[in-house]
Design a protein around this ligand. Structure first.
Ligand code: PGA
Length: 249
């Protein structure tokens, strides 16, 4: 099953308007010759509309970093999936571990957000991943399995969505699991998704956590890894471009 590679950048709470120049520079570099890979930048919500305009001509899609489960209403500070779509986003990240940690997001909340994304016509990148303590306890697979079961869309056959496996201890730390561990957990996730009734051979599974220009090639070459969710290394066009160029297929 050929799955189109997906390389997504998560800018987190980084980027003032000057950062749009990075998207422009990336656009110049990928304008031709990258038709076989989906390239997505998820800037802060404040830059979404402008980022979409800058990225559009070069085929760079944009995404939100979170959405509310409801389309509108009295939820100060929140942004709905419909608003992201209206601003030009095609994607939204849901359930990132920083949201789960900072905002107490449970699997049920993440699922509601993934459902909202689908209703708004956005593709969701649903994040899962174990903490260091869970890994040390030998529970990584169990935790990820539970998160998948609780967080994927209510109708797993509907809409377009991807999974990002991001071990919490690997995010922003420069540490990554071994290649064998990454492949094993992605393979296990695909099995789990099939058991949950999802179209597992089509769902793209991304690895995230300290992906950089030096380790991207070997990670992206793993058979069950269909792309990457990149934090720090997505902030500079040059680094992100190298990761895009490292895609295996
Ligand atoms: P990192 O972040 O690449 O900076 O480790 C990845 C993420 O949190 O999505």
């Amino acid at each position: 099953m050929a799955r189109r590679p997906l390389i997504a950048g998560n800018w987190k709470m980084n980027g003032l308007s000057a950062a749009l120049a990075e998207i422009e520079a990336l656009g110049e570099a990928v304008r031709s010759g990258y038709d076989d890979v989906d390239i997505v930048i998820c800037p802060p919500a404040t830059l979404l509309m402008a980022a979409t305009e800058v990225g559009e001509a070069a085929g760079i899609d944009t995404g939100g970093q979170d959405c509310h489960a409801k389309p509108s209403g009295a939820h100060t500070g929140d942004v709905s999936a419909d608003m992201l779509a209206d601003a030009g986003a095609a994607w939204v990240i849901v359930g990132h571990s920083e949201r789960r940690r900072d905002h107490g997001e449970t699997d049920a909340i993440v699922r509601a957000k993934a459902d909202a994304a689908g209703r708004a016509g956005l593709a969701a990148i649903i994040c899962v991943g174990e903490t260091q303590a869970e890994r040390d306890a030998g529970a990584a697979l169990a935790v990820v399995g539970r998160q998948l079961a609780g967080s994927i869309p209510s109708d797993p056959k509907s809409g377009s969505w991807a999974i990002a496996y991001e071990p919490v201890w690997a995010i922003g730390t420069g540490r990554t699991p071994t290649l064998q561990e990454i492949q094993d957990i992605h393979q296990a996730m695909r099995r789990e998704l099939a058991a949950l009734g999802a179209p597992a051979s089509h769902v793209r599974l991304l690895y995230g956590g300290s992906v950089n220009p030096s380790n991207a090639r070997e990670i992206l070459a793993l058979p069950d890894v269909d792309g990457a969710l990149v934090g720090g290394a997505s902030l500079k066009a040059g680094d992100f471009l190298k990761i895009i160029q490292a895609r295996a297929r």
